[in-house]
Design a protein around this ligand. Structure first.
Ligand SMILES: Cc1ncc(COP(=O)(O)O)c(C=O)c1O
Length: 437
């Protein structure tokens, strides 16, 4: 970079940081009046500067920053490969699509079954349906809100090919039992780690266990790039398929703007295509275009630097707010899975059967106090309108899943909740014991 360009850039980035500092100084927390969201972007002048810096390059499509971010995430999770995509939902779609690819030896086929849970986020389950397979729903444990691993074996059939589940709200599922089930029956495990970056099970990071694992970088997640996601695997063949599926289905693995990385652009032979057909236009998968932008990766890189501090704050907030909620005799706090250290997505609370008030009353009270509430995603997914007419199987009963649909909600623990906000939230939470509607 030339001196003048460098100086101009530094000047611009300095102004961006100054702008952020000016902007940040404007907001002050006023109890009851300032809204406390369940999650959101936590950033400072460095993310803004990184975004503007990247925009000055105007490369836009995935490039150097994308490569660096993928490398750092793969290293953090101890995985061989990481593919960046434009959302966690796209990551789940591609993870499952890869397992259905005809270029894979013994791919998952339409009609095959995939064991999952109905209490969760829809796009953990949707790819199974979208690829013509049958989700098999098992119930969850009422304390951890994760899959009840003792129900996996009874849910097995000759058509079962995979387990695809998320770590609920950052709380690791019982990885040991799930892995031993999967290994015993030669199944795939797709580990949806979208809500759980930084969680550990037996000391090891979640997202490092599944044949495929997915991440989301949506604004409310542990780190953000606005919208974004990633698929991680140690299997080079699956990674190759994932790259192709993300990038239009093409066979060629040149990056944007690259022309002949394989050195065989015009000399290959591909099925019945004319000899020497340009490798850039050979399609070996039924693909999509699910790429994020390098601008997003620029933000993600700065967020990565903050990940450990974000996780620490999430844990502290969960601890303090969980203790406050425990003072309410009819509220149950989601329990950490034994031998796990969750990197919590939120504080998930369930009204006990003998609660003197109903959930709606609690939610309206908290919202009135300007504490944002959310339900635990789809509740029981099979009761959602979109799933009418969808082919699925329920193994056993979904009793605890229905409880989540009817009695559970969550509030935030994200790093935007500072000491003042947390103290206020704790007072409001413990005050719920006197609530009457
Ligand atoms: C468990 C889980 N999986 C997948 C997703 C989808 O991620 P995204 O919003 O990035 O598409 C979410 C969304 O929050 C989620 O909670």
């Amino acid at each position: 970079m030339e001196d003048k360009e460098k100086r101009l850039r530094e000047k611009i980035l300095g102004l961006v940081r100054e702008y952020y500092a000016f902007h940040a100084a404007a907001g002050e927390f006023v109890p009851q009046r300032t809204r406390i969201p369940y999650g959101g972007r936590v950033y400072d002048g460095e993310e803004l500067a990184a975004l503007v810096d990247s925009s000055l390059d105007f490369w836009l499509t995935l490039g150097e920053r994308g490569r660096e971010f993928s490398g750092r995430l793969a290293k953090y999770l101890g995985r061989d490969h990481c593919l960046l995509v434009n959302s966690g939902s796209s990551a789940n779609l591609l993870a499952f699509a890869a397992l259905c690819s005809p270029t894979l030896d013994n791919p998952i086929k339409p009609g095959d079954e995939v064991i999952t849970v109905a209490a969760g986020f829809p796009t953990t389950v949707n790819p199974v349906i979208q690829y013509g397979c049958v989700p098999v729903f098992v119930d969850i444990d009422p304390h951890t809100l994760n899959v009840d691993a003792s129900l996996l074996e009874p849910a097995l059939s000759s058509k079962t090919r995979a387990v695809m589940i998320a770590h609920m709200a950052g709380n690791p599922f019982e990885v040991e039992s799930v892995l031993s089930f999967v290994e015993k029956h030669g199944l795939y495990l797709v580990e949806d780690n979208c809500d759980a970056l930084g969680s550990r099970y037996q000391g090891r990071l979640t997202g490092s266990f599944g044949h495929l694992a997915t991440q989301s970088f949506y604004a409310s997640h542990h780190i953000t790039m606005g919208s974004g996601g990633a698929v991680l695997t140690d299997n080079p063949e699956l990674h190759r398929i994932l790259v192709s599926l993300r990038d239009w289905g093409r066979d060629c693995f040149c990056g944007p703007g690259e022309d002949n990385r394989c050195g065989k652009r015009f000399s290959g032979r591909h099925g019945s295509l004319p000899a020497g057909f340009d490798h850039k236009y050979v399609y070996s998968q039924l693909g999509y275009n699910l790429q994020p932008l390098d601008l997003q990766a620029a933000i993600g890189l700065v967020q990565m630097d903050k990940l450990e501090s974000f996780i620490k704050i999430r844990r502290e907030n969960h601890q303090v707010l969980g203790e406050a909620a425990s003072l309410v005799p009819w509220l149950r706090v989601q329990q950490a899975t034994p031998r796990s250290e969750p990197s919590w997505f939120g504080l998930v609370l369930t009204l006990a059967g003998d609660a003197p008030v109903d959930r709606r009353c609690v939610l309206e009270y908290l919202e009135e106090k300007n504490i944002q509430t959310r339900l635990v995603f789809a509740g029981n997914i099979i009761r959602q309108p979109a799933y009418r007419g969808v082919k699925y199987r329920v193994a056993g009963k979904l009793t605890n899943t229905d409880l989540v649909m009817e009695r559970t909600f969550f509030i935030g623990v994200y790093p935007g909740i500072d000491r003042a906000r947390r103290d206020y939230m704790a007072v409001v939470l413990s005050g719920l014991k006197n609530l009457s509607c």
